[in-house]
Design a protein around this ligand. Structure first.
Ligand code: ADP
Length: 547
């Protein structure tokens, strides 16, 4: 016997309809690439998204065909999020920080029919336009004043013209909630990037889960500033969650430096933000240097790579801003765990609370996780034993786009498929998960594992260290030993001995890095993460003093 409730599909367009009706006057504020601040409301967003949906159809883009974007966080990008997916097409966010060859490869692999791009990327599109195999339309996201007088781009169109020429009446189509809605490629540190194809259902369920109090705790009273780019896992789903709750949204555009972000936080009364640790480093550098505090920000989501404990402490103790340490992946839409204290943990001592908060957190409902050994045997949740982390759930990838026939999942005895995250972690009896490493980053010393993240976190606590990466260096006796690569803060002084002494008492003696190398810069990938694969390549023949 089936239940007798309405079978209404979970569609992305319904988020926008809801926001327009119930939060029509709530603001969306954007720092534009034009340089000014633009503000309008959810009502305007709804109207213009409908106009854009009409425009996309008039360009001849059909259901489930891909609409590429190459854009910063801003209101026009948000219009495309809703127009393309809402009309039944697939929004494909391209990461402009990738190499042009890789961009072209990804757009071809996705079969993009159009590329909408911010004026910043005009030179990039000029240089590559002739190389896209499937793209029929290029649209510059601005008004006539931004259009180049001369161009080599075929069929270059103006975004505001498309809007002006399109009626604002559009009935969002109803279809199967499992239909594809958006596409995002993983950064691909090895091999070609792989496409993760989200559905309407997975996106709406992820939004429901992300707003919960023990997740990101979002409400209509919030003003959300996503620093995490809209080309990186849909800005961690915030453009959807914002519509669901009717929060004010503040978009930083292309200006990601500490001062620009800080000014926007203060001017717009931002209550919650989200980004990778490297971004917050820039922000904290600015506030520290100018003795500034946050007057409205209550919390910030930090994820994408491990939040160094020193950063957590700084935000919480010095600025009174709660850190929501979160873990996830492009393949997980991306939220898997968020670190918030459980009932009963309020009474822990500050040091005990801090130890909990440094972890990546608890699974949000919808995400099931387990850790396994090399034979796939499930390991205990004792907070000490670590193993490979596997996950499953309705917003977790089943198979990659365009790569049918590949074995992506691992099946258990009951026949359930689990996605192997490639992360190594331990889970404590309260369910708090702590990432100790990526399977490929872990340092294997004499058969035992050393966590590169733990060593980096400690090094980052040293006052002279701006960034630290720990990689495995070859060793004749132990196979691998930790080599610490350090980028110092500008003008700061520290010797190898100072850095190594800083580890005293913080780790087991045999974990101590065998050497420290100072570098001018640590390479960052397209999503702001340290590229340890590049460092491994650079230091592959490094001879340790202990070797
Ligand atoms: P994301 O958009 O979350 O950065 P990616 O797919 O680019 O997604 O990278 C996912 C990987 O990033 C994870 O498998 C994990 O190794 C790492 N990661 C994400 N969040 C954290 C975190 N809070 N702490 C440690 N590592 C993290």
């Amino acid at each position: 016997m089936l239940g007798q409730m309405m079978n209404q599909p979970l569609l992305i367009s319904s988020l926008l309809t809801h926001a327009e009706r119930h939060h029509g006057t709530r603001e969306i504020v954007s720092r534009r690439v034009e340089g000014d601040i633009h503000r309008y409301t959810y009502r305007d967003l709804g109207r213009r998204a409908r106009q854009m949906a009409n425009a996309l159809e008039s360009l001849g883009i059909a259901t489930t065909q891909r609409v590429g974007t190459l854009a910063w966080n801003g209101y026009r990008h948000m219009e495309l999020y809703y127009a393309a997916s809402g009309a039944g097409m697939v929004l494909h966010t391209l990461n402009p920080r990738l190499h042009p060859d890789q961009l072209v490869w990804i757009a071809d692999n996705a079969g993009d029919q159009a590329i909408f791009f911010d004026a910043t990327f005009l030179p990039l599109i000029e240089a590559t336009a002739a190389r896209y195999a499937t793209v029929k339309h290029f649209v510059l996201m601005g008004d006539r004043s931004l259009m180049p007088a001369e161009t080599r781009i075929p069929n270059l169109r103006c975004y505001e013209d498309l809007i002006d020429q399109s009626p604002d009446h559009y009935d969002w189509p109803q279809f199967d909630e499992n239909q594809a809605s958006s596409l995002c490629y993983t950064s691909g540190t090895t091999g070609n990037p792989k496409g993760v194809l989200y559905s309407h259902r997975s996106t709406v369920l992820h939004a429901y889960a992300s707003i919960a109090p023990d997740a990101l705790n979002l409400s209509s009273r919030d003003a959300i500033l996503p620093v995490v780019p809209m080309f990186h896992v849909n800005a961690w789903g915030l453009p959807y969650a914002a519509c669901m709750v009717g929060a004010k949204v503040v978009f930083p555009g292309a200006a990601m430096d500490g001062k620009s972000l800080y000014d926007l936080f203060e001017d717009e009364g931002v209550t919650v933000s989200a980004g990778v640790p490297t971004v917050w480093q820039g922000l904290l550098g600015h506030t520290e240097a100018n003795s500034l505090k946050f007057s409205t920000m209550t919390r910030t989501v930090i994820g994408g790579s491990a939040c160094p404990p020193a950063m957590l402490k700084m935000f919480e103790d010095h600025y009174g801003v709660q850190v929501l340490h979160a873990w996830g992946m492009t393949e997980m839409s991306p939220l898997g765990t968020v670190c918030t204290l459980k009932g009963g943990q309020e009474d822990l001592s500050p040091a005990e609370k801090f130890a909990v908060q440094s972890k990546q957190g608890r699974a949000i409902f919808g995400v099931d996780m387990k850790i396994v050994d090399a034979d796939g045997k499930e390991l205990p949740w004792d907070g000490k034993t670590s193993g490979e982390l596997l996950v499953r759930g309705p917003w977790i990838l089943d198979s990659y786009f365009n790569r049918h026939g590949e074995d992506t999942l691992r099946f258990d005895a009951a026949g359930l498929g689990w996605f192997p995250t490639g992360d190594v972690s331990a889970i404590d009896p309260d369910g708090f998960m702590q990432i100790t490493d990526r399977t490929k980053d872990v340092i294997k010393s004499g058969g035992e594992w050393i966590s590169s993240i733990d060593l980096e976190n400690i090094a980052m606590g040293h006052p002279a260290v701006a960034m630290a990466a720990c990689i495995a260096a070859k060793h004749p006796k132990w196979d691998e030993r930790p080599l610490l690569i350090v980028m110092k803060k500008p003008g700061a002084e520290a010797s190898k001995e100072d850095i190594l002494a800083f580890f005293d008492g913080k780790i087991a003696k045999w974990w101590l890095p065998d050497d420290v190398v100072f570098v001018d810069a640590i390479p960052l990938g397209a999503t702001g993460k340290m590229q340890k694969n590049k460092l491994r390549e650079e230091f592959k023949d490094y001879v340790l003093p202990t070797a």
